[in-house]
Design a protein around this ligand. Structure first.
Ligand code: ARG
Length: 457
């Protein structure tokens, strides 16, 4: 064991050691830690701070340790405190004296932040990949159902008819913003901070630009205190993930609603549904429900990282070790959710007849009737009033617009003519013909554009 406890007269209390160790979760950073150390010793040798032979021994030792970990042969001891100390201790065990030089010109404070940044960069790239897969699934389902009409809602009350494809494409757009947020977060994660040391920098003639290049960072940090104290990139990633999960959760809510007997717009594939232990008829949307539930968990992580950081004096404080479980669980939760959603959406059975039937209810063409009057010269606010009264009359009579005769229409406005009958769900959909609107021509264009965008990346 490497001794960072030499100033003490006794070993750590067993519970204290268990309480403070991060090894059970930060072992996940072993790859990043070893990559960071290999770049570091390469730089130390290049600068003449250690010899080429020492660098060679350390690099070989670290590669062997990586193998041990990957083959499950590494002995993770709690006394090690964290993955950084565990690897260093094993290195010294393996190669002896040269191993004691690895930590020259470095502190665990800059080391751990480096590892987190390396992890973050990889996680962002992977996140964007799964988001894109999910977007493609949405696009496929939208294209396959391009003619399907459904009721659009506001306040969950029937509002205006829309294309189902248009509705799905709304989620494509949300994910597009999510991707942009993760890409933006990458800019702040992509900073190399080795050389910041514990907080003041280091006293050796190191080459930070070389380290940045070696580790694939585009820039180096400019203030050593900020560099070791900063976990903004963790908070930013979790914030972006929280927003992304919020989108997923809204879709979850719709999937839950749509698969009820009352809506009956979709049927989940059996592979993505669950049964009840008592009610034999049940086909439950547990995947969607859990996605909605896990959204709360990611929100919790966001609050946790913000609360952890909010009162910390500069620079590093051990509280910051709490960043790891929050981040790792956020990554894992969001990944699992996005992956399963991609499959669930692709296998969804859409029920166009039921959506169409639902769209025929609730006086969904009321706005079209008002617009009809406006086009015949009535000011919109007056047209709104006329149609509202007509709706009230129809509700009292228990009739839909289609069951009213022209005489009944004319009681509310002389501008109503026989051609009011030409207003149908289809004519309505076609009329919302603005860029970004639900008219079939617009939706086709939007999907085609998205398809080209997806193909080009
Ligand atoms: N396990 C620690 C963490 O995750 C590593 C840094 C420890 N630094 C220190 N000065 N104790 O934050």
């Amino acid at each position: 064991m490497t001794h960072i406890r030499s100033r003490f007269r006794k070993p750590a209390d067993k519970l204290a050691a268990q309480y403070t160790t991060s090894l059970p979760f930060d072992r996940r950073l072993y790859k990043q830690d070893i990559a960071g150390s290999i770049a570091h010793v390469k730089m130390l040798a290049k600068q003449g701070i250690i010899s080429a032979e020492e660098a060679r021994q350390i690099t070989t030792g670290l590669a062997a340790i990586r193998k041990e970990i990957e083959q499950g042969k590494f002995d993770f001891k709690v006394e090690a405190e964290d993955i950084h100390m565990a690897i260093e201790a094993r290195l010294i065990e393996l190669i002896g004296e040269a191993g004691r030089k690895l930590h020259t010109a470095r502190s665990r404070n800059d080391q751990v932040a480096l590892d987190m940044r390396l992890f973050m960069k990889e996680a962002i790239a992977d996140t964007i990949k799964v988001l894109r897969n999910f977007q493609e699934a949405l696009l496929d389902v939208a294209e396959a159902n391009i003619k399907v009409i459904m009721p659009g809602y506001t306040h969950l009350q029937v509002a205006q008819p829309v294309l189902f494809a248009h509705h799905l494409f709304a989620y494509f757009e949300m994910l597009e913003r999510d991707i942009a947020r993760f890409n933006d977060c990458l800019k702040r994660a992509d900073v190399m901070l080795l050389g910041s040391g514990a907080l003041a920098g280091v006293t050796y003639n190191i080459d930070r630009e070389f380290l940045a290049k070696e580790l694939g960072f585009s820039k180096i940090s400019k203030n050593s205190i900020d560099a070791v104290a900063d976990r903004d990139f963790v908070a930013e990633y979790i914030a972006a993930a929280a927003i992304c999960m919020m989108h997923i959760s809204r879709l979850a809510e719709e999937i839950v609603l749509w698969s009820t007997a009352e809506f009956d717009f979709i049927e989940l594939d059996d592979a993505y549904a669950t049964g009840s232990s008592i009610m034999p008829q049940k086909k439950n949307p547990d995947v969607a429900e859990l996605a909605r539930g896990k959204t709360g968990r990611v929100y919790g992580h966001l609050l946790a990282i913000l609360a952890t950081m909010k009162s910390l004096p500069l620079a590093y404080n051990r509280d910051m070790q709490e960043d790891k479980e929050a981040l790792f669980d956020t990554v894992d939760t969001m990944f699992a959710t996005l992956e399963i959603y991609t499959g669930m959406i692709r296998t969804l059975r859409v029920k166009p007849e039921n959506m169409l039937k639902a769209a025929g209810r609730g006086y969904i063409l009321a706005t079209d009737l008002a617009d009809y009057l406006v086009k015949k010269g009535e000011p919109f606010r007056s047209a709104h009033e006329i149609v509202a009264k007509l709706v009230s009359y129809a509700v009292a009579k228990g009739k839909g617009f289609a069951q009213l005769d022209i005489k009944e229409y004319k009681k509310y406005s002389p501008l109503f003519e026989a051609d009011v009958r030409k207003i149908t769900l289809e004519s309505s959909i076609a009329a919302w013909n603005v860029p970004g609107g639900t008219a079939p021509a617009q939706v086709r264009q939007a999907l085609a554009k998205a398809r080209r965008q997806v193909a080009s990346r």
